[in-house]
Design a protein around this ligand. Sequence first.
Ligand SMILES: Nc1ncnc2c1ncn2[C@@H]1O[C@H](COP(=O)(O)OP(=O)(O)OP(=O)(O)O)[C@@H](O)[C@H]1O
Ligand SMILES: [Mg+2]
Length: 305
Amino acid sequence: MLHPVPHEDTHEPPIVELRGVTTGYEGRHVLTDVTMSIAPGDFVGLLGPSGSGKSTLLRCILGTVDLYSGEVVVEGRSVTQRRPRAGYVPQLETIDWNFPVTVQEVVMMGCTMDYPLFPWHRRRGKERAARIMDRLGISNLARRHIRELSGGEQQRTFLARALVSNPRLLLLDEPTTGVDIKTRDDVMHLLDELNHEGITVVMSTHEINSVAAHLPRAVCLNGRLTADGPPGEVFTTEILSRTYGAEMPVTDYEGITIVAERPHFFGRENTRRRQRHGHNVAEKRHPVGRDNRAQPHSHRHGHGE
Ligand SMILES: Nc1ncnc2c1ncn2[C@@H]1O[C@H](COP(=O)(O)OP(=O)(O)OP(=O)(O)O)[C@@H](O)[C@H]1O
Ligand SMILES: [Mg+2]
């Protein structure tokens, strides 16, 4: 369990505010009437089924999708007036891995330099990139093409790009998808460290149990906001069913909420289960006798029978 930053009531204004936001693409609404605010120092997990609008919500905070109604304010300014200075780690599957670029070049792309033509600004950017690559353990990969990296190394490269401009707000789109359990744990601990250094973190994920174990706040989406609060309160069978449209049993293990999958029993599993319960009727329920078994095809390609 990570240790959430204790929240003091400092009356600091929210770092992100969405007020009655309806957004989407080419006139099609993807998220409708979303209102939520994120305080400085929050660590938020965005959950919801595929297509529920998690990536769209992150892009909305970045000001890169159409806003049909409502307002998005980041650090006191509407994103339609000025693009916010947020670190962003996109969903890896949206990246063109054939683009000819090295790890170092990707990280340098994150340098927001006000005067990029001045050599000392470039030098400072390079130094920052080197420092952050060192911290994330990818300095030895600096000259590697991004296509030649493992999933975890790719994640860390894009995380370095997001961090190199020293953002107060970090938005990550599924930063733990496609990596092994140890790498996932490393990424979560790194994000926790950054959060303790004062960075506000918002990440989308499909890993409900990881959110339940690590994060203080979960926001559930399904075209609309379906829940927002501590995982212990949000992860109920009813809310998860409203969010995912599936019944998911919820249990508690040593104070941590665990969401399980309801097992399906197909074919042989079903037979085994029924036998365990004293039934021996599989044949009766699914008669697979000689007569209704598929006949093998006879291929006679000129072998002359
Ligand atoms: N660039 C785009 N142009 C048009 N429609 C888009 C675009 N990006 C996403 N959509 C659509 O918007 C809806 C929400 O997509 P979004 O990517 O936000 O979902 P998601 O919750 O992130 O899903 P996943 O878990 O699969 O990443 C989907 O119906 C998707 O097809
Ligand atoms: Mg997505």
